[in-house]
Ligand binder design. Sequence first.
Ligand code: G4P
Length: 528
Amino acid sequence: MKLNKEITRRRTFGIISHPDAGKTTLTEKLLLFGGAIQEAGAVKSSKIKKGATSDFMEIERQRGISVATSVLGFEYKEIKINILDTPGHKDFAEDTFRTLTAVDSVIVVIDVAKGVEEQTEKLVEVCRMRKIPMIVFINKLDREGKDAFELLDEIEQKLNLKVTPLSFPIGMGYDFKGIYNIWEKNVNLFTGDPRKDIEETIEIADLENPELDELIGAEAADNLREELELTEGVYPEFNRLDYVNGDLQPVFFGSALNNFGVRELLDCFVDIAPSPLPKMSDVREVKPTEDEFTGFVFKIHANMDPKHRDRLAFVKIVSGKFERNQPYLHVRQGKKLKFSSPNAFFAEKKQIVDEMFPGDIVGLHDTGNFKIGDTLTQGEKLNYRGIPNFSPEHFRYINNADPMKSKQLNKGISQLMDEGVAQLFTLDLNGRKIIGTVGALQYEVIQYRLEHEYGAKCSYENINVHKACWVESEDEKSEEYKEFKRVKSKYLAKDKQNQVVFLADSAFSLQMTQQKYPSIKFHFTSEF
Ligand code: G4P
């Protein structure tokens, strides 16, 4: 019974946005409501500041911050909320994709002036394909921006979503008067005076109530009535099932910086956002309410202190209760492990705990057993799937720049790849190692960390690769497959799981190869 109760009171989600839309500010305000922090400014921005590419100390500093903000847990109205941090910087997009496998819902933050931006499009697409429930928060209403209807249109078209507003702005920028909360049927007035409580909530259940005219002026009141009538005609009525199934996205307006419209968002979120959902494994669907513990690793963070080289593996609990000092099966390695100091995450600290429940993230100290995607169970042999590698965008040979340290280099590369910093491909032809990354920034991170954490030195060399494709053939003994392997031997490599990868040097050669060998499948992700 206790398990059920704990599951229903959990909400595990991520906030996604294009950098600068206000993700950090919103996170901080949500924590303030939960009483998890006492003052604004307590959550440091984990974004990589512009120009940080050559500033290694900055990268380290950011890494430190990103450990601290990886999971922010707090309680609000007896609901246990876990916010999973998703880096906004596009070079770390893959970290964000992986984190999205561990959330049960997301909040999408959009800047009212900039509208839908590139990074938002990419991240929302991933959520849409996985049918993750999404709430949209349009931020910075205290500034001049796009018209509300225009924005809702843009969201529907660019993000391919079906939206319905649950709040509506009254004016904007200089004329911003507040929002009408469609969900709670009240008006929140924006006083704009930071010395006072910025928001005043007044119940206006009936829009025809003349009090509305007094509050915001007759003209604004008439406008609002018209606009709300229009929204009723154009947008579907909110329906929780559609939202939870990923078919309808409610929209809120507000200003995170002014802490305006944030409480409304949070109140609605705890009401409608789903508690932990069942998850598909390679053998069956697992329900959170099952007695036996299962979970999977979605993130690994190396210790910041080079003297203690252990790492922290972040495990999302899918089912059952996780208990300290219990033996759990590491399915890939087929061995049992016990964890004497599992960490739970709170807003500003982590703490050793005895038990945790589905939806929670447990941090496990690891000396090199885990890699991203690994499954832990109470004994059942099942694997959670769905954390594929995507084809990297950049490729370079990695060379050993200090022959005395080749062991350290290999260990370092192997561990950094397990952490998911980049992907390693080994050429069939000559065994040379190629590092593939999503962004150019990772090469500097790898070089810096190899030197500082493993005492190894590396150098890079350019290589012309357009895309990495995972190769699949129904019949590996067929003449066609044999010919492909012979003719293309120069371009074939193995990934870290020993899967065959074709490194196409141009879009044209990829297309030609696909045409020439029709029985072979070329996949752009490692999971197919
Ligand atoms: P991010 O995590 O999505 O990258 O965004 P972040 O919260 O860091 O916000 C980006 C900038 O937008 C910050 O200003 C922040 O103060 C501002 N901002 C956030 N919400 C609002 C809002 O509702 N209204 C207005 N007017 N601004 C908002 P900055 O100058 O880049 O940084 P800072 O020096 O204030 O930290």
